[in-house]
Design a binder for this molecule. Sequence first.
Ligand code: PDD
Length: 289
Amino acid sequence: MPVEPDSRIVYCRGRFVPIAEAAVPIMDRGFLFADGIYEVTAVLGGRLVDNVPHLERLDRSLGAIGIRNPLSLASWTEIQRELIRRNALDEGAIYIEVTRGVHEREFTCPPDLEPTIVAFTQARALGANPLAETGVAVITLPDLRWKRRDIKSVALLPQVLAKFAAREAGVAEAWMVEDGFVTEGASSTAFIVTEADEIVTRPLSNAVLPGITRRSVMRLAEAHGLRIVERPFSPEEALAAREAFYTSASAFVMPIIRIDDQMIGGGQPGPLARALRRLYLDMAAREAV
Ligand code: PDD
């Protein structure tokens, strides 16, 4: 059994400690300026899913905001594995955060600050998620974010507000819309399936996070002869779609059965979304390390 959340052992600034003893100084730039980067890797059967591309994206995001990656890929993986071991984590996620470090509150700081590292586990049922059987509803709302959404920044206020709006509406996720097109979910990549059975998702750019699950799902789809088209789609096109789903490290492939007030696919998870979820879980079972 996984340990209770409040008895977790976490990694904080170089040490594995009980969560109650983990602390970051108030002058940390992550706290004061959201000056940091994060990653989330799924854990299934005590093993890390798609982890190398997550750590590569962490490295890219840090580089994009000029924070030195304090650890090698091997050292990151060791910390993740040690967290899994110490918390007996079978299923859930590992969260990693790196901030620029601790300094008097000024907008800039010396380039040689020691980055702050924290990492912790979150136990959660991911594979046998009942929502994947029923499908979920989403709402659409304006995308209020900055222009570098390809960076996995901890500055998540627009997403937090979008998630509160989703909760208020009694739905699982919010799809954000800009200039008449869906960008992505508040914490996921958006897909639709057209009447021609094309699986459509927005191409990578500064407008969206390059989802790791997106990448794997696209590869699996192509390997199985499914047609993937990378192009923007509008909320109107999504409302008329045959299927819709979203992907993320914690949801894997999540079928959508309603967008705003419009039922999708007769209110049932679509066959392609179900197939892709199964393919992803099979891949994870084979390749997680
Ligand atoms: N969110 N788009 C956004 C804005 C996201 O925050 C996420 C992930 C994704 C999907 O990316 P990936 O497949 O690499 O998880 C897309 C994570 C899970 C989170 O914030 O908890």
